[in-house]
Design a protein around this ligand. Sequence first.
Ligand code: HEC
Ligand code: HEC
Ligand code: HEC
Ligand code: HEC
Ligand code: HEC
Length: 446
Amino acid sequence: MKKIIMTVIALFCTYPIIMFSCSKVQHFELSRFISPETCGGCHDEIYEQWKASMHNLSHVDELYRAAAFYYLKGLTDSGEIKEAEHCVVCHTPVGYFTGFPKKVSEERDGEAKIPEIAKQGIQCDFCHSATGAYAVYNNQMKLDPGFGEANPGIKRGPFKDSKSDFHTSEYSAFHTSSEICGVCHDVRHVAFGTKLETTYEEWTKSPYNSSDQTKRITCQGCHMYHRPGVPATGSTERPANPGAAAIGGPKREHIFTHYFVGGNMALPSLHGDTTKAKMAQERLKHAAVLTIDDGKISSGNIIISVKNIGAGHYLPTGLTDVRQMWLEVVVKDRAGKIVFSSGVADAKGYLPQGTIIFNTVFGDGKGNPVANIAKAREVLRDHRVPPKGTLEEAIALPANLPKKFHVHARLLYRSASQKLVDDLLGAGKLRLPVVVMAEAKKEIAL
Ligand code: HEC
Ligand code: HEC
Ligand code: HEC
Ligand code: HEC
Ligand code: HEC
């Protein structure tokens, strides 16, 4: 009977219209997963790096929870509800793969029943039990976990000669490829198929996905070389991190770090972390360069170009309907008086109309913008900087400028708009830090 049902599902899944709703996810007993603390008993340094990373915090993340519960409110369309309920597959993966919570509403109404281990987010035994993926999006990870601490099974990783008394070790090419990251870092609407996050796809089409091994850089090649003082980007050195992977383990040329830092400067600090905000800042500061070009000034514009020199994907990437990367331009006369500005945040941290912002905007299928990703039926706008690519922005200057003036342009980043944070968490609860990614200054004489 089970076999017949599976065949029917398989047939349905090949039918394109409903294909998107057929994600494949396995089911396991909770007792098969081993807690990160146990792994940390021997892998102490890796554990300390991962602790309070966004992977560790993916379930408890305040902004994520507020967004997930908010998006679910008032929906009636079944496709929209399906998407709004689906967040837990990536944000609480051990819970989802073992049966609770299967839906966001279960998480909202039954937090007390969520197993402690599931609250630890994207963790050691989830990633290191992986053997591959059914598809490289929406966390369709293929797992082969052990049977708890008594029989931990095989832990897969980058070494071909690794031995531990506790678990069997095995080399896994999957773990050395960008695919293991892409399984979650490519998000599609479960009912409408809209591409909501495309970090992995962006990387596959980038110059970093080169067949020339000397030019090829995987996600791990930047993000798992990153450590305090070593941002490891496309524009900086990515030196190896020699050391041991476990207490008493052999000395090796490179140990992949587990901080998993991107651009987020708020969340780890909210949970007591003291290194990751600084690391995010270092990473962001090596991602882009700005150039002011006054060549076309006769037409009333200055051109400011933004080049992505450091990221293996678009700038920004991931949750680009929420992230804010924008241009701030301030023009002063010789006395230092501001004669023109664009993108200067007000006292509340809100941006004025007309700010040049690099983001995506989703639509409801009829051309109207939607903020709730559950309603995203189309991409209305995608204005971001491709890897190693450049975007030119024309800034229209006012007509009555003095003969000589000074332009100061800054490329700024924060994890979300302050308005969204105030709406979701309450005004004054959390002021998001703003990072200056790049800046340029120029004296111009007409
Ligand atoms: C998001 C998935 C993910 C999580 C979570 C994760 N790892 Fe890893 N880990 C990897 C990948 C991928 C590699 C290998 C990278 C490569 O070869 O390119 C790796 C490498 C390792 C290695 C080999 C030594 C090294 O670092 O190079 C050990 C040991 C390890 N991880 C242990 C752990 C422990 C312990 C935890 C939890 C505290 C953990 N990992 C959490 C993905 C993960
Ligand atoms: C009793 C100590 C101990 C515990 C507990 C432990 N490990 Fe290990 N692990 C080791 C040692 C030692 C190595 C070998 C390190 C080396 O080869 O450099 C190792 C190697 C690894 C590797 C590398 C495998 C490879 O072939 O590349 C991974 C991945 C790994 N451990 C993950 C885990 C995970 C996940 C947990 C928790 C479920 C865990 N370990 C718990 C001691 C331990
Ligand atoms: C099981 C799903 C899953 C896998 C596998 C995974 N990630 Fe993540 N990752 C997430 C989620 C979910 C978040 C955001 C968590 C939150 O909301 O707090 C995240 C956050 C991150 C961030 C921080 C982003 C920021 O805004 O600062 C980085 C960097 C990152 N992941 C890199 C990686 C890399 C590199 C790999 C592969 C080695 C990987 N991830 C594998 C789900 C995953
Ligand atoms: C060449 C180096 C490089 C490679 C390769 C790379 N990244 Fe990044 N990544 C960066 C830099 C620099 C940033 C900071 C700028 C930014 O936020 O986009 C970043 C930021 C991120 C963020 C946070 C984005 C945001 O703005 O919220 C995530 C998530 C992420 N990377 C995941 C990945 C994944 C997954 C891959 C592989 C598919 C990958 N990265 C490959 C350099 C790299
Ligand atoms: C297929 C995996 C996946 C699914 C499903 C998913 N997310 Fe995420 N989510 C991610 C990844 C990966 C990131 C990190 C991307 C980045 O930093 O840009 C993330 C980051 C976030 C963040 C930013 C957190 C922060 O602190 O900056 C929010 C908010 C969020 N997700 C909300 C949701 C909601 C709401 C849903 C369900 C409607 C959802 N996500 C479903 C993978 C997923």
